[in-house]
Write a new protein. Structure first.
Length: 302
């Protein structure tokens, strides 16, 4: 059975950046790349046959553009393309079912601001059965790696080390799927894993229950011990991954956005619970997806 990394593509530049990121990830995993484009060009009662044909032509051109661009950059990578007349959300969720990873673009607003997800990406992230990576417009291979020496192009040093992978962790809701994904991402890149637990309001509430001086320091120390214990089995399984742990009283979203400026990938979780008004991404993940400076992987977990 062929293993796939799937990217959803449309007419936007961020979608093309997502396709190229997915291609590099497929190479890291030894998998094939699947490019999917969904467009409802059929079944509209008021639409003429000419209009339907025009929409299909544009859809075919959009997919061909992505396939051609990725093929030029990675001539040895197996690439499959899939064009479907259906709702993009429905098609992408179905693709996520049989893919190792789903990669989507996000509407970029520039490096200073971060990025904003489109409505399709947001709905897919909230409901996907597997991990989804969001990629900004303009994201390139060089952005995943540490800066090259002055005067030397990153393309001249193919073994330039990757930037660290960052894992946002909450000791109140430990999750094997989330930790496993982060360790695997760091292992495939041959880089370190930075695990960040930002207490934020939770830390404030816990500290209020303690008395005497130094309760903040005690709380941080306790959380450090707890996080180290949770990560120890995974570090033993992946001895080649160097792990560093940080516990801070900062707000989780603020700390993870700050860390993203120096990371190749930030990994966060999404609890697969039903909110009163439907699926829910979570405030920290939502904030990170809007402001992160690097690709963000959202991993669903119970």
């Amino acid at each position: 059975m062929v293993r796939h990394v799937t990217a959803g593509v449309d007419e936007t530049d961020e979608s093309l950046a997502a396709a190229h990121w997915a291609a590099r990830e497929a190479l890291r995993r030894g998998a094939a790349l699947r490019l999917v484009h969904a467009c409802e060009w059929q079944g509209r009662p008021a639409a003429s046959a000419t209009a339907d044909a025009g929409r299909r032509d544009r859809a075919e051109q959009t997919l061909e553009r992505a396939v051609r661009s990725v093929g030029v950059a990675h001539p040895g990578l197996p690439v499959e393309d899939l064009l479907v007349s259906d709702s993009p959300v429905t098609v992408l969720l179905a693709a996520a079912e049989d893919s190792e990873l789903l990669v989507l673009g996000s509407r970029g607003l520039g490096h200073a601001v971060g990025f904003v997800m489109g409505s399709v990406s947001q709905r897919v992230v909230a409901r996907s059965p597997g991990a989804v990576v969001l990629v900004r417009a303009g994201e390139a291979s060089a952005d995943e790696h540490l800066p090259a020496l002055d005067g030397v192009s990153p393309e001249e040093i193919p073994e330039t080390p990757y930037r660290d992978v960052v894992l946002g962790m909450d000791t109140r809701h430990p999750c094997d799927e989330l930790i496993a994904f982060a360790f695997d991402a760091a292992r495939r890149r041959g880089t370190a894993l930075r695990v960040v637990h930002a207490l934020g309001a939770a830390g404030d509430n816990a500290a209020e229950g303690r008395s005497g001086a130094g309760h903040d320091t005690e709380l941080l120390a306790d959380e450090e011990d707890l996080m180290a214990a949770m990560l120890r089995p995974w570090a033993e399984k992946c001895p080649g991954v160097t792990v560093s742990e940080t516990v801070t009283a900062a707000r989780p979203s603020t700390e993870l956005v700050r860390e993203s400026a120096h990371a190749s990938l930030v990994v966060v979780g999404r609890r697969t619970r039903e909110a009163r008004l439907g699926t829910h991404i979570g405030s920290v993940t939502q904030a990170l997806l809007h402001q992160a400076r690097c690709p963000v992987a959202v991993v669903p977990h119970a």
